[in-house]
Write a protein that binds this ligand. Structure first.
Ligand code: GLN
Length: 543
C-alpha cells in the first residue's frame, strides 16, 4: 500500500529527489558529501531536505556500541540517530526530526505491525511490494510542504544484501517521479596502488555494474581519492560507468578541514550539474560563508591543547560532535584547538600528573558504565585543584559532582547508582521516571528541553539569557538531597529544569572556569555559529 497521496503531493509541486549511494567500501564520507551538496543547494536559495536510511535491523543506533557505530547523534525531538545527521545539521539549516533517520528495523517493525492489524487484506506480505512501499512512503514523508530538493542518503555499500530493498525502492521512485526529477549520485572509492603508482577504477566500475543490475544508472559519480583524478581516469570511468565525463567528480581527501568540502565540490561544479539535471537555473554564487570559515581556520592567532578523557579515544567517531564543537569554538576564537584524546583507563595506571600537565583545558564527555570512571575522576580532580578550565558533559558533569563530594565535601563513598546500585551515598541517582524501566531502546530522558539558568552565574554570562533549550540523553541525575551541602562548599547549582525539578548545570566558585552540564551542548554547534559554552570554554583555555 504505497501512500500515493505523498507521491502525488511531491509530484504536483515538482519536488526533486537526490539519492546518495556508496560504492566499494563504507566510511567513504557519503554523509559529508550529502551535507555539502545540501549546503551548496541552500546557497542557491533552495529549500533542501536531508535524511538517512540505514539498512541495519536495529530500530535505531541508540543501543549500538560506539565501536560499531561511532557517536549516537540526538535530535531536537529526542530521536537517537546516525552521526551523519550531525553533519547535515552542521552544514545546512535543515530542521531534522525522527522521520529523517530510518532503519530497516523501523521499516520491518511497521510492516509487521500492519500485517498483525490485517491491513494487507489477506495478501502474502513480501519484500516487493510491501517492504519497498513502506520505504517509498517513508522517503517521501521526509519532505516538508515546501521542500524543493530532498536528498536521501542510503547507508552501507551497494552490494550489501540488506540494502537491496532500499535500492529497489529508489528504482521504483525514479519510475514514479520520472527520470528527470530524480538524480542518483554514487560516491565511490578510486584506490591508489603504491606498487604500480596508479589510481584504479575497476572497483568503482563493478559497484556501478551492481547498481545497473538492479536498474539504477548513476547520474553523477563522486570519486573519493587521495590523488588528483587525471583526465584519462575520468574518461575511463565515464566510459565504463556510462556517465558523462563532466559528471565524474573528484572528491580529494581534504587537507585542512571537512568544511573545505562545499568549496571543493563547488569547484568541481557539483551544484551546477545537479541543477542542470533537474532543468533548474543556476545562479553564480561565491560561497562567502564557507570562505570566511576557511579563512579563519587558516589564520589562527592562538593555539590550545585540550584533553578529552574518554573510553573510546582511539575511535575518531565516538565523540564526533564534541570534537566538531571544539573545532567551531576554535574558529570563533581564532584559535587552533588541538585535541588530545586520553584513555581514562591509561590515566588510572599512569596518574594524572603524567598525562595532563601539558593541557590548557580538560573535557570529560558523556558515557555509560563503570569502565574508566576512576581515571575521569582523577582528571576532574586535577582540573579543579590546578585551576585548569574544565567542561564536563553529562557523565562528565555527574563525575564532577562525585569528585567534589568525595574530595571537598567529605563523602568518600559518594558515587552514582549507575556504578553501585547498593551505595549508601548516591549523590547521582536514577531519575524517578526511569525507575522500573527495563527497555534499553529509546528509554532515556531524550531530546530538547528548557533549562533555567540561575542569575549571577558564569552560565548566565556565557549564554546571555536565563532560558535555554538544550538536548539530553541520560538516565541519572544529581540527587537533590545533598544540594545544600554543595552550595555551602562552593559547587554552585547554575542551571535547573523547572519542569522536572532536576539539576542541569553546576559550576565551581573561585575557579577560573569549571562547568558541568547534564545536557549535550555539542549537538547544537555549527562551524559559523559556535556553541556559546564551547566558545567560552576555549576562550578560558586561551587565557
Ligand atoms: N550514564 C549517564 C546517565 O545515563 C550519563 C549519560 C551520558 O553521558 N550521556 O545518566
Amino acid at each position: 500500500m504505497f501512500d500515493s497521496k505523498s507521491l502525488s503531493k511531491g509530484m504536483s509541486r515538482s519536488m526533486k529527489l537526490v539519492f546518495v549511494t556508496g560504492g566499494v567500501v563504507s566510511s567513504l564520507g557519503k554523509g559529508l558529501t550529502a551535507a555539502s551538496l545540501g549546503a551548496l543547494l541552500e546557497e542557491q536559495g533552495l529549500r533542501v531536505g536531508l535524511q538517512k536510511f540505514d539498512p541495519y535491523l536495529n530500530v535505531d543506533p541508540g543501543t549500538m556500541s560506539p565501536f560499531q557505530h561511532g557517536e549516537v547523534y540526538v535530535l531536537k525531538d529526542g530521536a537517537e540517530t546516525d552521526l551523519d545527521l550531525g553533519h547535515y545539521e552542521r552544514f545546512t539549516n535543515v530542521a531534522l526530526s525522527r522521520k529523517h533517520s530510518v532503519s530497516s528495523g523501523q521499516i520491518y517493525e511497521s510492516v509487521l505491525k500492519k500485517e498483525r492489524q490485517g491491513q494487507y487484506l489477506g495478501n502474502t506480505v513480501q519484500v516487493i511490494p510491501h517492504v519497498t512501499d513502506e520505504i517509498k512512503t517513508r522517503i517521501l514523508s521526509g519532505a516538508n510542504d515546501d521542500t524543493d530538493i530532498l536528498i536521501t542518503e542510503i547507508g552501507g555499500v551497494v552490494g550489501d544484501i540488506e540494502g537491496l530493498p532500499f535500492l529497489e525502492a529508489l528504482r521504483q521512485l525514479a519510475l514514479d517521479f520520472g527520470r528527470t526529477n530524480v538524480l542518483f549520485l554514487h560516491v565511490t572509492l578510486i584506490p591508489f596502488l603504491k606498487a604500480s603508482s596508479e589510481l584504479k577504477t575497476k572497483p568503482s566500475q563493478q559497484s556501478v555494474a551492481k547498481l545497473r543490475e538492479i536498474g539504477i544508472q548513476p547520474d553523477i559519480l563522486v570519486c573519493r581519492t587521495e590523488r588528483p583524478l587525471e583526465k584519462s581516469i575520468r574518461q575511463k570511468l565515464s566510459l565504463f560507468c556510462n556517465v558523462s565525463v563532466e559528471s565524474v567528480i573528484e572528491e580529494k581527501d581534504v587537507e585542512i578541514s571537512i568544511y573545505e568540502l562545499p568549496l571543493c565540490l563547488h569547484e568541481e561544479k557539483l551544484d551546477q550539474l545537479v541543477l542542470a539535471h533537474f532543468g533548474m537555473p543556476y545562479r553564480p554564487s561565491n560561497l562567502d560563508t564557507w570562505k570566511t570559515i576557511l579563512h579563519r581556520i587558516c589564520s589562527p592567532k592562538f593555539h590550545v591543547k585540550i584533553g578529552v578523557i574518554g573510553k573510546y579515544v582511539e575511535l575518531k567517531d565516538a565523540y564526533k560532535s564534541i570534537y566538531e564543537a571544539l573545532f567551531h569554538a576554535g574558529i570563533a576564537n581564532e584559535c587552533t584547538v588541538e585535541v588530545k584524546p586520553i584513555d581514562a583507563e591509561w590515566l588510572e595506571q599512569h596518574q594524572a600528573d603524567n598525562g595532563l600537565s601539558d593541557l590548557d583545558g580538560i573535557l570529560v564527555p558523556g558515557g555509560f558504565g563503570t569502565r574508566g570512571i576512576d581515571g575521569k575522576i582523577m582528571a576532574i580532580r586535577y582540573a579543579r585543584e590546578k585551576g585548569v578550565p574544565y567542561l564536563g558533559i553529562c557523565l562528565g558533569m555527574q563525575l564532577a559532582v562525585i569528585e567534589f563530594a568525595r574530595h571537598v565535601a567529605d563523602l568518600p563513598d559518594a558515587t552514582s547508582t549507575e556504578f553501585d546500585a547498593q551505595t549508601t551515598t548516591p549523590v547521582i541517582g536514577l531519575m524517578e521516571e526511569q525507575k522500573g524501566n527495563i527497555s534499553k531502546g529509546a528509554s532515556m530522558r531524550l531530546g530538547m528541553m528548557e533549562c533555567n539558568i540561575v542569575p549571577h552565574s558564569l552560565l548566565e554570562e556565557v549564554y546571555q539569557t536565563n532560558t535555554i533549550f538544550e538536548r539530553h540523553r541520560h538516565r541519572y541525575e544529581v540527587n537533590k538531597q545533598w544540594c545544600n551541602l554543595w552550595t555551602e562548599k562552593g559547587l554552585k547549582i547554575a542551571g535547573i529544569c523547572r519542569n522536572l525539578d532536576v539539576v542541569e548545570a553546576v559550576e565551581l566558585e573561585g575557579h577560573p572556569w569549571f562547568v558541568g552540564v547534564q545536557y549535550h551542548p555539542e549537538f547544537q554547534s555549527k562551524p559559523h555559529a559556535a556553541h556559546p559554552l564551547f566558545k567560552s570554554f576555549v576562550q578560558a583555555c586561551i587565557k
